[in-house]
Design a protein around this ligand. Sequence first.
Ligand SMILES: Nc1nc2c(ncn2[C@@H]2O[C@H](COP(=O)(O)OP(=O)(O)OP(=O)(O)O)[C@@H](O)[C@H]2O)c(=O)[nH]1
Ligand SMILES: *[C@@H]1O[C@H](CO)[C@@H](O)[C@H](O)[C@H]1NC(C)=O
Ligand SMILES: *[C@@H]1O[C@H](CO)[C@@H](O)[C@H](O)[C@H]1NC(C)=O
Ligand SMILES: [Mg+2]
Length: 442
Amino acid sequence: MARSSVNITDYFSVSYYPLIALCLSLFVTFAVVETDDVFSASHTATVSASAAKDLRYLLYDVNPPEGFNLRRDVYIRMASLVKTLRKDGNDWVLVLPPWGRLYHWQSANIHQIGIPWSEFFSLTSLEANVPVIEYEEFIAENGGPFLDHVLVLQNYAEGWTDGKWEEKVDIRPCIDKLMYTKDKQGYYRGWFWGYEETRARNVTCLSAQGHASIMAPVLQRNITATSVMLDRAETLLHDHYAGKDYWDTRRSMVFAKHLRIIGDNFRAKYLDSADDADNTVYNEDWTRMKAKLGSAKGGPYLGVHMRRKDFIWGHREDVPSLKGAVKKIRSLMKKHKLDKVFVATDADGEDLKELKRLLPEMVRFEPSIEDLELLRDGGVAIIDQWICAHARFFIGTSVSTFSFRIHEEREILGFDPKTTYNRFCGDSEKECEQPTHWKIVY
Ligand SMILES: Nc1nc2c(ncn2[C@@H]2O[C@H](COP(=O)(O)OP(=O)(O)OP(=O)(O)O)[C@@H](O)[C@H]2O)c(=O)[nH]1
Ligand SMILES: *[C@@H]1O[C@H](CO)[C@@H](O)[C@H](O)[C@H]1NC(C)=O
Ligand SMILES: *[C@@H]1O[C@H](CO)[C@@H](O)[C@H](O)[C@H]1NC(C)=O
Ligand SMILES: [Mg+2]
């Protein structure tokens, strides 16, 4: 079996530190070409004290059970809100909520709390879309771990009145048990991404129904505090799903360079895949990454995302048995004349053993414990997604946001939609509707 485990520790010592130097040099480059380079246009993360007057911070968090890939989707909604807010006066900055305590991130008991975004994404790239700072940078700029106001978003207790949809937002009594408690000094304590020192001066529940930017008037007029956190931010909908602004933000979510390097080295070593031959040459500057649809060829392997765990516990009819999935994999390999298959999956225990028995030739990215400590579960998920994104043909799992993020990555790389928007069907699923093609709006 082609179980392949690379030694990532090598990549780290070789390429991680030069990376910091590289980032610094990129920064200088971007600053110089300011006139026509979007990459420097919106950088206000370090604002001088004199301009700090109307500087305001938007923080947010998401319902604890939500996973990595839905959280990435909520980021897009918040970035859109910050853009709306910035159009109307104040110098709003989006504070990136540290990663951690995700239900699925429990590998090997490694510490996975308070992880900065720079471990997973390129901050320079995010900043070229909307001003962002890491949480620890916020604490430093703000002079301490104090938030002025937390708004806990919730639906309306009464649902949609008259069955009619309307956009609205109102201060309302909290529906669920409040996850914040007052301490002796009158400050509110809560989870705050595991930062125990963080506290809030005020907490209010707000019923909201509508798109992210319905919060703009409230944040501009009703709440005048400098730092405002929206908890349960997933309550708000996309301003315009798959529109230009959506795609700008999505394209700006460039994976951290060290993760892309590890993925690329793995492709080269185990999958005969390289950008030049595969027509997947990547531009670090997402504002200049405009691959033509159908231009990407991809590496000579089938990419598979097979979601298991909670997706099979409910015996969903749109998720196949392992046998069914392997049958489909074999037929796709034959059809597309591919003799290699890369499998990304969250399968574990008996399920994984069975999969390895049924598909012994599969290639998987399986880091050692030491490597996992460096990458964390989020880094491994990104590397899995990056490798799937470069496959000649991809098949994912029905309604998995993990698969959806791979679709988007392949769309950015310029793959023919036929090679991307595919999913497994349940063994006895009657109408197996395939995923929707969302075209990039540049
Ligand atoms: N490395 C890796 N991790 C996976 C894979 N599939 C699922 N996971 C993990 O399991 C999580 C998915 O479940 P959730 O946390 O419920 O939510 P999600 O990320 O929004 O994605 P979906 O549940 O698939 O919609 C991911 O965030 C990953 O951490 C995979 O193929 N490779
Ligand atoms: C915001 O202020 C306006 C005007 O004073 C008021 O009508 C509205 O109810 C307030 N909204 C919230 C959410 O507090
Ligand atoms: C908390 O916020 C609410 C809503 O804006 C406001 O009415 C109230 O006065 C605030 N409480 C404190 C202690 O500032
Ligand atoms: Mg999920």
